[in-house]
Design a protein around this ligand. Structure first.
Ligand code: SAM
Length: 404
């Protein structure tokens, strides 16, 4: 597993490699046959009402995040989302005896079993606590690093307060439905702000408790079609269902898309620029009946713009490619009285994204400010949350050609 993570470029530094080699993952997944623990796969470990609420994250993603974190021996670290305890053990290995790791989880049973796993692996020096991570863990603050291994909609005030000067916050953060693993360094200001230094696409279970976000996906039928918006706006789902029964004339785009563009690429570009972006999500079982940018047989969906009396949806011409990074032709399909206008707008955004060189998460610039401060004007699109505001943009000097 470790050799694979090095070959794929996920592990890039000696410290992270050493940690992965030193900590046996199977001891953190005792229910699984040992060999299976060394597949590069996430393993769900707890469900509530059929929804996974805890998992041992995919090793690739863990390696990406550990590299984003840039841990050093002696660092004081807070992890929110202890889960199995595996990531806390890896981090403890990197920070060494001069450093410290506190890992909290909202569920008592998970904290209990994480403690058993850490003891079985003989990892000393991790402090575990049952706690709503939205509040951090002030008892041991300040921290050089605060890392969430669970998706968050907002940046909680406790995390700002508990970061040491120059400290780094790493979290899977929602940007209107796209989830990004962002490493943000605390800058003194005034006003103090968090400066994004690394952004990657990711997919984590969401924070529960006080910090749970308003993001939601609402079912449109019993067949696995749902609509997901980045906020909790009122939605007439029955009206939307009716609209979706009468599509207008499709316009084929000169821009081709790949599966990754659902959440990253075009999906993220729309999320940054368009408050009205939404996604139509489709389950694997229904994937042959609804438009999806992912191959038939996989959970997927597509991006859309939602208006008062209509929507415009990106649809594959035929089916999406079975290879996730292969581009295929798409069209924009209008629905409802406002559909044609929205389709014009969506087609324009699709062209602008391609003309800008198909920007993606890796190049996104992000700054985060507390919600009660004023970000400098003109720095990018501003996305306001309850406790923070994100200023988002791509550098202008990106490679421009490459239209499709
Ligand atoms: C993807 S798992 C973390 C995996 C873990 N880092 C590991 O190495 O196994 C996400 C965890 O976040 C926890 N969680 C969810 N909401 C939380 C909250 N408000 N505070 C603390 N933990 C939370 C879940 O219970 C779950 O165990």
């Amino acid at each position: 597993m470790v050799s694979g993570l090095i070959a794929s470029g996920r592990i890039r530094t000696r410290g992270v490699e050493r940690a992965f080699r030193a900590v046996p993952r199977h001891l953190f997944l005792p229910e699984l046959p040992s060999e299976q623990a060394y597949q590069d796969e996430a393993v769900a470990t707890k469900w509530v009402d059929g929804v996974a609420v805890s998992s041992a994250s995919q090793p690739s993603m863990m390696a990406i995040m550990l590299e984003q974190l840039e841990l050093r021996p002696g660092h004081r670290v807070l992890e929110i989302g202890a889960g199995t305890g595996y990531n806390a053990a890896l981090m403890s290995e990197v920070v060494g005896p001069a450093g410290s790791v506190v890992a909290v989880d909202i569920d008592e049973d998970l904290v209990q079993s994480a403690g058993e796993h850490l003891a079985a692996a003989g990892v000393p020096g991790v402090t575990l606590a049952t706690r709503d991570g939205a509040l951090g863990y002030p008892e041991r603050a300040p921290y050089d690093r605060i890392v969430l291994t669970v998706g968050s909609w907002d940046i909680q005030p406790a995390w700002w307060r508990q970061l040491a000067p120059g400290g780094r916050l790493l979290l899977p953060l929602s940007v209107r439905g796209s989830q990004l693993s962002v490493a943000l360094d605390l800058m003194p200001g005034p006003p103090p702000y968090l400066r994004g230094i690394s952004v990657r696409s990711c997919a984590f279970v969401r924070l529960r408790g006080q910090g749970a976000g308003p993001e939601s996906s609402r079912p449109l039928d019993t067949d696995g079609l749902a609509v997901q918006t980045g906020d909790q706006r009122e939605l007439d789902t029955a009206g939307l269902r009716a609209l979706l029964r009468s599509p207008g004339d499709e316009r084929v785009s000169s821009v081709k898309l790949a599966a990754v563009d659902l959440w990253d690429g075009l999906g993220l570009w729309l999320a940054v620029r368009e408050p009205n972006v939404c996604r139509l999500l489709v389950s694997a079982a229904a994937s042959d009946r609804s438009p999806s940018l992912l191959p038939v047989g996989m959970d997927g969906g597509t991006v859309a713009l939602l208006g008062e009396r209509g929507l415009a949806v990106v649809v594959p011409c035929g089916h999406a490619s079975a290879e996730l990074d292969r581009r295929f032709p798409v069209a924009v399909r209008p629905y409802g009285p406002d559909g044609a206008g929205l389709a014009d707008r969506l087609g324009g955004l699709l062209g602008a994204w391609a003309a800008a060189g198909r920007p993606s998460a890796a190049e996104l610039r992000m700054r985060a400010y507390p919600s009660d401060t004023t970000p400098p004007p003109g720095a990018g699109s501003v996305l306001r949350k309850a406790h923070s505001q994100l200023v988002l943009d791509w550098p202008d000097n990106r490679v421009a050609p490459g239209l499709s």
